[in-house]
Design a protein around this ligand. Structure first.
Ligand code: EPS
Length: 425
């Protein structure tokens, strides 16, 4: 049932599911390509952002409105700048979906940049006269942005060549891809949500924000479950904006209903905590990631940190706490997956930091581009997309299956085996 042929020649072939007691054997590769993979393309002010998602099984229900709903959430959040007033991101499905269901073929998605109409000469693929080449040229690298590192990497003194792709606008394509992964996960009983824990000095009170409280998040301008903290976060953003500054924060992303046994401890690159951390760290502006109570682990004794294992006649095995964030040994343990990401303040500042003109080497204030004051609420939506993509990949790696039906059949067999081990007698 696992998709043989997708792995390298050194992989062991998988056994077929023959009934509830029989389970697919995991392939034993040390470096495995993802089953669900995606590549994005597109510049911030080019014609649009595209993504090709390969490996989605056939039969997954996909609706354009659902992808658009996630795109809308990504555009929102208090503290966004002028660009979000120009764009109304909507998806065009170019392949891989027919009559509301995936076909098993690559799904390609396009989100057009409305703003491109104002940039058609600046972003033209065709040679342009000097005036168009000079218009919107960026000379003074912004500390914290990819400007300088990208200029050194590609040997260009027009930082526009760097920032157009380095821009967080690319996350539009990730969110569209993530909506496909979310649709697959939903069919498997997995839900993914996010919320904001902190913006600048304003934070939700210490302690776990439970799943039900997340119902309030989409009504909050800063996507925060705690109304008092949300007010303080808005004030933080207002203060930063007034000062011409920017402000960062912390988001938490949570997945519920994740079956135990996704990921693996047998090789470093198969540990799911590592894969989730990489996916979250790859989001623009993210500078730190914690799984569960990760950072507290450095200052807590083992007896106060680890989640005890209890037995209840009614429900079977129970974990009274979830400081591990649903992952032990790089494998899901059936608890909610919880991961937090620290989002640094956006590097474009009206009160520009010191920089250098790369052409003259003279000191200059860093270039100022139109930007946002705070993108923390939007980063939560992107984090959801990335977690969905990683979990959907890990699920397919576990179950195999060319169709949703096959995925769900294997999942049920796995769950039946787990009930025998961990469920009530
Ligand atoms: C973004 C679009 C960008 C920025 C922001 C995110 O639009 P523009 O550059 O035209 O104003 O608002 O990009 C960055 C924060 C960045 O560092 O590049 C978006 O669609 O999310």
């Amino acid at each position: 049932m696992a998709r043989s042929g997708r792995r390298g020649p050194s992989c062991h072939t998988s056994a077929t599911v023959t009934g509830a007691r029989s389970l697919t054997l995991r392939n034993a590769c040390s470096t495995i390509p993802p089953v669900l993979r995606f590549l994005t393309a597109g510049e911030s002010h080019g014609p649009g952002l595209t993504v090709v998602v390969d490996g989605v099984p056939a039969g997954v229900p996909v609706l354009r409105e659902e992808i658009d709903a996630d795109l809308r959430r990504r555009q929102g959040g208090y503290g966004r700048g002028g660009r979000m007033k120009i764009e109304t991101d909507t998806v065009e499905i170019l392949s891989g979906v027919r009559h509301g269901r995936t076909l098993g073929s690559p799904v390609s998605l396009l989100v057009r940049n409305k703003d491109h109409a104002n940039w058609s000469d600046v972003m033209s693929p065709d040679p342009q006269p000097d005036a168009a080449r000079e218009r919107r040229r960026l000379r003074y690298p912004r500390p914290g942005h990819a400007d300088l590192a990208g200029a050194l990497k590609y040997g260009t003194d027009d930082l526009r060549n760097v920032l157009e792709r380095a821009s967080a606008r690319e996350t539009t394509a990730r969110v569209a891809a993530g909506a496909l992964a979310r649709a697959l996960l939903r069919a498997a009983g997995v839900e993914v949500r996010s919320h904001v824990l902190r913006i600048g000095a304003a934070a939700v009170p210490a302690g776990c924000v439970d799943w039900e409280a997340l119902d309030r998040v989409e009504d909050s301008p800063v996507r925060c479950a705690d109304a008092t903290a949300a007010g303080a976060m808005i004030a933080e953003i207002d203060r930063a904006k007034k000062d011409g500054d920017s402000v960062g924060g912390v988001v938490e992303v949570i997945a519920r209903g994740v079956p135990p046994g996704l990921g693996s401890y047998v090789q470093w690159d198969r540990r799911l905590d590592g894969r989730i951390a990489q996916a979250l760290m790859s989001i623009h502006a993210v500078k730190a990631v914690a799984i569960g109570e990760g950072f507290a682990g450095g200052e807590t004794r083992g007896s106060a940190f680890h989640d005890e294992i209890l037995w209840a006649e009614s429900g079977g095995l129970e974990r009274p706490t979830n400081r591990a964030g649903g992952l032990e040994g790089g494998v899901t343990n059936g608890e909610e997956i919880r991961a937090a990401a620290v989002v640094k303040p956006i590097p474009t500042l009206l009160i520009a930091l010191r920089s250098v003109d790369l052409a003259t080497k003279e000191p200059q204030k860093a270039s100022v581009e139109r930007s946002d004051t705070c993108v923390v609420p939007a980063a939560g939506v992107v984090a959801e997309a990335m977690l969905c993509l990683v979990l959907a990949d890990a699920l397919l790696e576990k179950t195999g299956g060319d169709s949703l039906e096959e995925v769900l059949a294997h999942l049920e067999a796995t769950r039946a085996q787990q009930r025998r081990l961990a469920g009530p007698r």
